[in-house]
Design a protein. Structure first.
Length: 496
């Protein structure tokens, strides 16, 4: 009996995989998508979307109890009851709605959804197609493979989009109760009294804000000398000051050395990076937010020879041609096999995976596409105030020896920010000399994750500071803060 054959088989149904599958189907290909869990991947089910629901709940609660009297609402914090099951349950309900939405899009585009674990048996060899075995998915969220049983299918091409999973620390293996990852942090049955978070990147800081807002005593450990270490130094400093004022405690320049679990929680020994001095933190729950690694367990046998990065920030991730070509197809070293998204390395962002998927499909179909401009990719952290950035930090500009200008504008001087009670933060623009081409933008404050896209477009179009200045911004809006920062870089700020 002939095997099922597809033009394209996508492995992984996250924001890279499902978008790639839909784009391929739009272009006339017969497509199947193999997903071991729920459609939408980590982003839709256990990451980007449901965390924003949790953070919105936290923001409403915190704003009400801290600023209610200022707004004319006469109640005390003790008057506001929190139903924890509904706080968490709302985010889970949202994922269900979105799962159904992707399933509908698959049906609309005639994409076959196959549930199971995919194992690549072969790449394309001459006229022979790629082969994939689909087994029953086994193992937990953190890994696992297939049981080997199931059907074998054929494909002219394979697109790997299996994503990434949380790093586990060797001295603190995840038990799902005392030592947890972001996966469990989204769905804890009760609010912990205290939490130590290892890592102050976007994931660590979002959960720090969420749990602190609902009264958990939160301590964040960070090896670098600043929180949110990939961000610009001025943003890091402003964010740390703001979140300390909210009650979050930070131990920067420290690393977790050991975690000893007990009946009622854990003792975390932290060590100073500078002098190796140690201290012990006691908590109910330890959240490990120390990064992610490629999800490649059981993807193929080592004998197949799928090439991986063996050094640098993408170490342990799948190698593709995107670092070697001006218009990469995201081809792996195996004929007919492509890979995109988190599984090929940083920046580990859902929106990058989606755009890489579209570029990959369009290019292997022979279409010209502009592809992904990696210098203009926005990043955002959705605590309150928010953090968002694109392009170079001032550290980057200095390290490259560039001549540049800086424009800063504090939100405490901004009319709309004052009106809505969101005066914490700043906008910082970095531009080249002498032409004023925008090199980077960094925002800490209200709606930062929305405001940053003005600069993304500006960078993509190689716009200058003068282009921002000469663009009329509606009044009163938070977007005017970008206009003021542009004016500041030219020494012409009006309201600063």
């Amino acid at each position: 009996m002939a095997l099922k054959r597809f033009d394209l088989v996508v492995i992984g149904g996250g924001p890279g995989g499902y978008v790639g599958a839909i784009r391929a189907a739009q272009m006339g290909l017969k497509v199947a998508c193999i997903e071991r869990d729920k459609l939408g991947g980590v982003c839709l089910n256990w990451g980007c979307i449901p965390t924003k629901a949790l953070l919105h709940n936290a923001e409403l609660y915190r704003e009400a109890i801290t600023h209610g009297a200022e707004w004319g609402f006469q109640f005390k914090p003790t008057d506001v009851a929190v139903d924890w099951s509904k706080v968490v349950g709302r985010s889970r309900n949202i994922t269900g709605q979105l799962n159904s939405g992707i399933a509908y899009l698959f049906k609309k585009n005639k994409i076959e959804h196959i549930v199971g674990h995919a194992k690549i048996l072969s790449g394309k060899i001459g006229a022979a197609p790629c082969t994939i075995q689909v087994g029953k998915a086994t193992g937990a969220y953190y890994g696992g493979s297939g049981d080997g049983a199931g059907e074998t299918i054929e494909a002219d091409r394979i697109l790997i989009s299996t994503g990434a999973q949380p790093v586990q620390l060797p001295f603190a293996p995840n038990d799902g109760k005392v030592v947890i990852s972001s996966y469990e942090a989204m769905n804890l049955p009760k609010k912990p009294a205290s939490m130590v978070i290892i890592g102050s990147g976007a994931i660590g800081m979002e959960f720090a804000y969420f749990y602190n807002s609902f009264g958990t005593k939160v301590t964040v450990i960070e090896m670098q000398d600043r929180i949110l270490p990939v961000e610009d130094d001025d943003i890091c400093a402003a964010a740390q000051k703001s979140f300390e004022k909210q009650g979050i405690q930070f131990l920067t320049g420290h690393k977790a050395a050991s975690v000893d679990k007990g009946a009622s929680g854990a003792k975390v020994t932290v060590e100073s990076v500078k002098d190796a001095s140690k201290k012990v933190l006691e908590c109910e729950v330890v959240l490990v937010a120390a990064g992610v690694r490629a999800r490649v367990e059981g993807l193929c046998d080592a004998s197949l020879g799928l090439k991986m990065w063996d050094a640098g920030p993408a170490r342990g991730h799948i190698w593709t041609d995107f670092t070697e070509k001006s218009e990469p197809t995201y081809q792996t070293n195996l004929p007919g096999v492509y890979a995109i998204g988190d599984v090929i390395g940083p920046p580990w962002l859902a929106h990058v995976a989606s755009e890489e998927a579209v570029a990959c499909v369009e290019r292997f179909m022979g279409h010209h596409t502009l592809g992904v401009d990696y210098a203009s990719i926005p990043g955002a952290t959705y605590c309150n105030p928010q953090v968002a950035s694109v392009g170079m930090t001032e550290r980057d500009a200095k390290a490259k020896g560039l001549s540049y200008t800086v424009g800063k504008y504090p939100l405490k001087a901004h009319g709309k920010a004052i009106a809505v009670g969101a005066t914490e933060g700043l906008v910082k623009l970095i531009a080249s000399k002498p032409y004023g081409e925008i090199l980077g933008a960094h925002i800490f404050g209200e709606d930062a994750s929305e405001l940053i896209h003005e600069i993304c477009i500006a960078k993509r179009l190689e716009a200058t500071i003068e282009d921002i200045i000469s663009t009329v911004h509606a009044h009163p809006t938070m977007a005017e803060s970008i206009h003021e920062a542009a004016l500041a870089s030219e020494g012409r700020v009006i309201h600063g």
